[in-house]
Design a protein around this ligand. Structure first.
Ligand SMILES: CC(C)(COP(=O)(O)OP(=O)(O)OC[C@H]1O[C@@H](n2cnc3c(N)ncnc32)[C@H](O)[C@@H]1OP(=O)(O)O)[C@@H](O)C(=O)NCCC(=O)NCCS
Length: 335
């Protein structure tokens, strides 16, 4: 049994199998190009690797490993992200995935990583048995009584473009320092994310919506931004980042846009719901003096059983992170 960083030939062997489950509506050739371009993106070249495990020279399992930096209380931590864990169907239930993950853990521990992170789409018990600890993960949703809207207005849509990245990175950098812990994001990291989202929006057979961006300004300077996407009558909020008053402006703007566009349902993940605490109610983001008066829609929360963040701390400073609820890791950081 060997575990090595995969060359393109081995990666293609894996992609032929994983296309059925992870191609997000891409054709085979687009899926290959999507992965190839991630690995060859400037951020990917430095941080993103694919490993394969071989038995008798044959690939049986694979995974990706990427390096990310997180900050907490002024300290920087280097974490290894584990993802795309896969065992070829004919080789399952023989302990291959567990062996490969154990080897990756040992390798990361020996290479001065402070911990590891992953997002589980399967029963987290599989990863708990290997030492990972789950964060709380919740989907929030609320329904809008849009039939109460006075009139329907056509709103211009602002899509997230490369030229937005510098302002986003500046806003994010300030916001990040106030979080219990958060990913450090340089402009190349934003660009990597932008590439991934836009490639899917441009090439997927599925209705993969483009990300929309909205900025709030204070003293003519952008102080907060919101990333959202709209699919049919559902609006998804991916991030609301920036100063307190900037974020408040954005929540009102998102709400207004949802009304104007007859959105029926708004949803998002736990990290976005932070702004609604205490009580996780809309009244905390839509103040009573604003345009939207009570009764505001009730926000419902459901435990999410996919994309569940989990952490394996090596450094003791990371041991308490799973206690932070809601987990502040944003949706864009799910690689
Ligand atoms: C999950 C996966 C990687 C496991 O590979 P494997 O080499 O068979 O794993 P191992 O032999 O080391 O461990 C098997 C154990 O994993 C657990 N397991 C396997 N699939 C699981 C799933 N979908 N949910 C929860 N636990 C699972 C079971 O406890 C299983 O025990 P069993 O063999 O007694 O049934 C493999 O099933 C796979 O490639 N699935 C499709 C891709 C995927 O879902 N990857 C995980 C993304 S988070």
């Amino acid at each position: 049994m060997t575990i090595t960083q995969a060359g393109w030939t081995d990666i293609l062997t894996v992609l032929r199998q994983t296309h059925a489950i992870w191609s997000a509506g891409l054709s085979k050739s687009d899926y290959h190009e999507y992965i190839w371009r991630q690995l060859n993106h400037p951020w990917g070249l430095r941080n993103h690797k694919i490993f394969v495990m071989k038995v008798n020279g044959q690939v049986v399992s694979s995974c990706k490993l990427y390096t990310v930096e997180l900050t907490s209380r002024g300290r920087q931590f280097k974490l290894a992200g584990l993802g795309a864990i896969y065992t070829f169907a004919a080789h399952r239930h023989r302990g291959h995935a567990c062996k490969m993950i154990e080897a990756m853990i040992e390798q990361c521990e020996n290479n001065q990583y402070d911990g590891m992170i992953l997002y589980s789409d399967i029963d987290p018990l599989f990863y708990e048995n290997l030492g990972f600890i789950p964060f709380g993960a919740a989907d929030f949703t609320f329904h809008l009584p849009w039939h109460l809207a006075a009139e329907i207005e056509e709103e211009p849509v602002n899509y997230f473009e490369r030229h937005d990245i510098a302002a986003m990175a500046a806003i994010y950098g300030k916001w990040q320092r106030r979080q219990p812990f958060a990913f450090a994001r340089g402009e190349d990291y934003f660009d990597y994310k932008f590439f991934k989202e836009r490639f899917l929006a441009d090439h997927s057979f599925l209705a993969w919506p483009k990300l929309q961006i909205r900025f709030a300004y204070e003293n003519a300077t952008p102080s907060a931004y919101a990333l959202t996407e709209t699919g049919g009558s559902v609006l998804r909020i991916l991030e609301v980042v920036g100063s307190d008053s900037g974020r408040q402006q954005l929540w009102s703007a998102i709400f207004e846009e949802a009304y104007n566009r007859q959105i029926q349902k708004v949803r998002g993940w736990e990290s976005v719901a932070q702004d609604m605490s205490p009580g996780y109610k809309l009244s905390n983001v839509l103040p009573p003096e604003g345009k939207f008066q009570p009764p505001l829609p009730v926000v419902h929360y459901y435990q999410r059983d996919w994309g569940r963040p989990m952490i394996l701390p090596f450094d003791t400073a990371l041991e308490s992170w799973h206690n932070f609820f809601p987990c502040p890791i944003l949706e864009l950081d799910h690689l």
